[in-house]
Design a protein around this ligand. Sequence first.
Ligand SMILES: C[S@@+](CC[C@H](N)C(=O)[O-])C[C@H]1O[C@@H](n2cnc3c(N)ncnc32)[C@H](O)[C@@H]1O
Length: 405
Amino acid sequence: MTDFPVPRDYRTQGRHGMFPELTHDECERFNYLAAVNLHLARVVAPSVREAYRARGEPAFRAGHGRAPANRHEAQAVLAEDPQFQTWTALRRANMEQRQQAGRWVALRQADELAARASAFTNGDARLVLDPALAVPDYLTEAHHHCMPGSFFEEGFAGDVTNGANYDAGFFVTIGGADDPWLTANGEGLVKTLAAYDPDFAPRTVLDLGATIGHATIAVARAYPQAQVTAVDLGAPVLRYGLARALSMQVNTIRFVQADATNLAHIADESVDLVYSIILLHETSEEAMRQVLRESHRVLRPGGIAVHVDICRHSDAVAPLDQALRDWDGPYNNEPFWTRFRDIDLAAEMVEAGFDAQEIFHAAPMHNSRIMKVEDIRIGRGPIPPDASATPAKHLIGARKQARAA
Ligand SMILES: C[S@@+](CC[C@H](N)C(=O)[O-])C[C@H]1O[C@@H](n2cnc3c(N)ncnc32)[C@H](O)[C@@H]1O
């Protein structure tokens, strides 16, 4: 009999002062969707691999006299296979349903949530919005991971709906993994920095593409002496983020609406730690380069830049695995995902101004909640390929050196 993996109950999700009200049926809908997501990942995905090996690859061999040589050929084989098609349809439907379920929860109490956010943040100088800020085409043209309205659209003044949807439904996206406060990435980043330099104690911190501050809260708690700025393009996520942080008694974060490709309001060499978590793959090639340049510009000499994102493709990973890792590009509204996996971030950071000998990495970053500082492998130079069966995130960083006089 196949094991049916069961996620933890939705009701164990961390509750704070901004968390939407949920009925019994809404909690159970999230439980069901998280269970389906987990089942698709643990039970159905292996059968897609089996089908590829049992019939897709042999058919390709019969026609070409060799196995698929790269992910494009592997993708073409997968696209013809009914097992892959079924898995894809179910995965896509699961994401669409997760978005609609979260959106419904947030929309039906949109006014109450906006009023609650306003009660926390009204007149608070830690919320800095810029209604004139232009949203880049890469965000308007495709709403990432099927999230209606993306992170920036708002239906009325003070709207926080998209922040509430993102927060309430993230449980499904992670398949109910053990991360009730959704702080795992931030905690992983802090632990990695502690392993890299135990004496590092930043006083100014910049989180680029912070969304509602899931990770920012972990970083702010780790560095209580620091003034932390969470930057994002979306007003609804920033309003929700500040209200959420204050309701969790985290008072040191400013939430600022700005474009990470143009941080003109932040002085040169004024920041000790600048980081992003799963921002870069949701930008564009040009925007990514500009974010890296801005990260270098705002850093003080001695300061550290760190970016955490999906791992790069490499020949060490079989074409089938590469093709499966690309799934979100064509099927989950992630237009830059596939191209991003070809990019050498270490080389890009050097191009942005960092010294090649300062590049460090921690990879792969699996399960950062249980990651112990002593287990973290800090490496120097380019990230080694991640050939593990479960694709992980990579962290890449560099310390900025003082300019030669
Ligand atoms: C996947 S989310 C990041 C999640 C977040 N870092 C976390 O750890 O929970 C990507 C975020 O990047 C933001 N974003 C995309 N391009 C941006 C830009 N040029 N400047 C600022 N924020 C940007 C989006 O609005 C979105 O909130």
